[in-house]
Design a protein around this ligand. Structure first.
Ligand SMILES: Nc1nc2c(ncn2[C@@H]2O[C@H](COP(=O)(O)OP(=O)(O)OP(=O)(O)O)[C@@H](O)[C@H]2O)c(=O)[nH]1
Ligand SMILES: [Mg+2]
Length: 326
């Protein structure tokens, strides 16, 4: 490693970028080096870290709102790492909108780091890179935000990596209706109606959502889906949004949900790595995916790459006798 890990922890941009690049190297030859790096990062993960998913249909103002969210967190003394996932169709020019906003931030501020990723580049690539990026960010920043385009559901499996999920909609678009119909009220913890400067439409959207909320079933006992109105055009609502996000994080940690969640996240990470290496064949050799999941859960998972290696050994051991029989 030709960079100082302390520089990474301090958020020095060059060092952070370097660490990210190292972890994206998926060659087996880099496994040992990456294992050591993940070890260091995991041991230094900030206890205060909060992973937030910001998701919603194209053009509702996610990026515009992010500018305010980042600014507000910075003014509250929190450092912020942002991962934006761009759908490839929009990147290749099939954009629905010619007026996409960029997140505005101070490039000289070491308390903010933006990483953008193209979805659909190759199979599993996004999940892989998001998780590695998270490992770096969790050691460096207090707040980690993942911005993805989605109409809910698990296109990006955001609920698997983010403790708090905020779903952004805009008034008068039909998105809200679709959202309610799809029955995806269980996924987000916070609902945001952005562009609430469109007063009449926003009021109606708010009413619709209030009604829909009474029919929704919260996936989390004790937490009621929160509703926040914002305007990234006029610059209001974001403070209240952050208050709600913080409250949700408190809720998670007080209920002990956060620790369980982090553990589950690590199990899924090992499963992902394992699937990538061996495909369904690997699961078959070890008696099925559920069994493998249990095996992983039985032990400490501080380092997913280490757990992967242990499973790898098991696969080879189990396979050898079968080979000998042929
Ligand atoms: N009136 C109004 N317009 C807004 C508001 N927020 C964003 N916009 C506009 O909506 C358009 C889309 O905003 P973006 O921030 O790019 O939306 P996005 O959700 O990030 O879009 P994608 O990344 O393409 O999914 C831009 O023209 C913004 O200026 C708002 O609060 N009120
Ligand atoms: Mg955007």
């Amino acid at each position: 490693m030709d960079f100082n890990i302390e520089d990474v922890f301090r958020g020095e941009k060059k060092a952070v970028a370097h660490a990210l690049n190292l972890l994206e190297d998926r060659r087996p030859a880099s496994l040992e080096q990456n294992k050591a790096l993940i070890e260091k990062l995991s041991n230094n993960a900030r206890p205060s870290r909060h992973v937030i998913g910001i998701t919603g249909p194209p053009g509702v103002g996610k990026s515009s709102l992010m500018t305010y969210i980042i600014r507000e967190y910075r003014s509250r003394g929190k450092t912020v790492g942002v991962i934006t996932v761009d759908p490839s169709s929009q990147r290749s020019g099939g954009a629905l909108l010619g007026d996409r906003a960029r997140i505005v931030h101070d490039p000289n501020d070491d308390g903010v780091f933006l990483r953008s990723m193209a979805a659909g580049s190759h199979m599993g690539g996004l999940a892989w890179r998001t998780r590695h990026c998270l490992t770096v960010f969790e050691a460096v920043y207090d707040i980690i935000i993942i911005e993805t385009v989605g109409v809910g559901q698990s296109e990006t499996e955001i609920d698997q990596v983010a403790g708090t999920v905020a779903f952004i909609v805009q008034p008068g678009s039909g998105d809200i209706l679709q959202f309610m119909k799809a029955g995806i009220m269980e996924i987000p913890h916070v609902l945001v109606v952005n562009k609430a400067d469109q007063k009449a439409l926003a009021a109606r959207a708010r009413n619709d959502l209030m009604v829909a909320r009474t029919y929704s079933q919260s996936a989390l006992e004790g937490w009621e889906l929160q509703l926040v109105m914002t305007s990234a055009l006029e610059g209001w609502g974001h403070k209240e949004l952050i208050d709600v996000l913080e409250r949700h994080n408190m809720f998670l940690s007080e209920k002990g949900i956060l620790e369980a969640f982090r553990r589950r996240k690590r199990i899924e990470w090992v499963i992902m790595l394992f699937r990538e290496r061996f495909g369904t064949f690997g699961f078959e050799v070890l008696g099925g995916e559920e069994k493998v999941r249990k095996m992983i859960a039985q032990e400490d998972i501080n380092n997913p790459l280490e757990r992967l290696q242990a499973l790898e050994k098991k696969v080879f051991c189990n396979r050898l006798p079968q080979r000998a029989q042929r």
